[in-house]
Design a protein. Structure first.
Length: 264
């Protein structure tokens, strides 16, 4: 009986050994070695938005804010354009005026003579949309457009910007220059200061006179390109008095340049 037990357990041991052999196989020397100091495999990843790989177990990465300005068109500098560039309207009323310039103009208006402030108030009552700060911002753009168009001989652009008398004067000067074979080159380096010199309401016509100080390079060339007047290397500081007018009863919101002069 004891012998039968030994034989039985021997058979069981043989069967178990065969099962283990068939499941685990033999060592051949080519088995994958396990390095206990190796870093674990990276966690499973999934494809995120716009192709970015995101770790499932990784916490959200911090978002960098304001570290780099978006690339695109340079900020507009409406008063530093070369001669060949045509000025474009500002994006909105007063858009071309810096906050510092606005504060300075507001202070100048507050300290202006009573007659000037009364004139501005009379215009505002006749035209509630009138704002002297926004008016000056628009006038600065008009100043540049008129200068550039006059230098280029562009009467088509000038005509809606000028009153009849001023337009005739400008057009005559352009025609005389063209007949002589001359070319005017104007580079508006910058408008350094604008102040409201006068304002009044005549009947229904609003008139505002601005004292505009600017830096310009003005050169006149002959047909061969030789400089006959001005210096391309010299920047001149010029002061102009420009008067703009508008009929406050008209639906046309545009102002026209109706007079130009130099201060005494």
């Amino acid at each position: 009986m004891q012998h039968l037990d030994i034989v039985f357990f021997a058979i069981v041991a043989v069967v178990l050994g065969w099962k283990l052999y068939s499941i685990l196989g033999r060592r051949t020397g080519h088995e994958r070695q396990i390095d206990p100091f190796a870093r674990p495999n990276p966690p499973e990843t999934k494809k995120g938005e716009r192709g970015r790989t995101i770790d499932r177990d990784e916490p959200d990465a911090p978002i960098q804010i304001g570290t780099r300005r978006p690339e695109g068109r340079p900020e507009a500098r409406p008063h530093l354009r070369p001669v060949e560039t045509r000025a474009e309207p500002a994006a909105g009323p007063g858009a071309s005026m810096q906050p510092r310039d606005r504060r300075q103009l507001e202070a100048e208006i507050a300290a202006a003579p009573e007659s000037l402030r009364d004139g501005l108030e009379a215009i505002r009552k006749a035209d509630p949309s009138f704002n002297p700060i926004d008016f000056v911002a628009g006038a600065k753009i008009a100043f540049e457009m008129i200068l550039m168009s006059f230098a280029e001989g562009d009467t088509k652009t000038l005509q809606p910007l000028l009153g009849a008398d001023v337009y005739q004067s400008f057009a005559a000067a352009i025609e005389a220059r063209r007949n002589a074979g001359h070319r005017l080159k104007t580079n508006l380096v910058g408008i350094t200061h604008v102040e409201i010199a006068d304002a009044e309401l005549k009947d229904k016509q609003a008139q505002v006179t601005l004292k505009i100080t600017s830096e310009q390079i003005d050169v006149t060339e002959d047909a061969s390109g030789q400089v006959i007047e001005g210096d391309p290397a010299r920047v001149d500081t010029l002061v102009d008095l420009w008067t703009f007018a508008r009929d406050t009863t008209s639906r046309d919101p545009n102002w026209q340049l109706v007079a130009t002069q130099s201060p005494a």
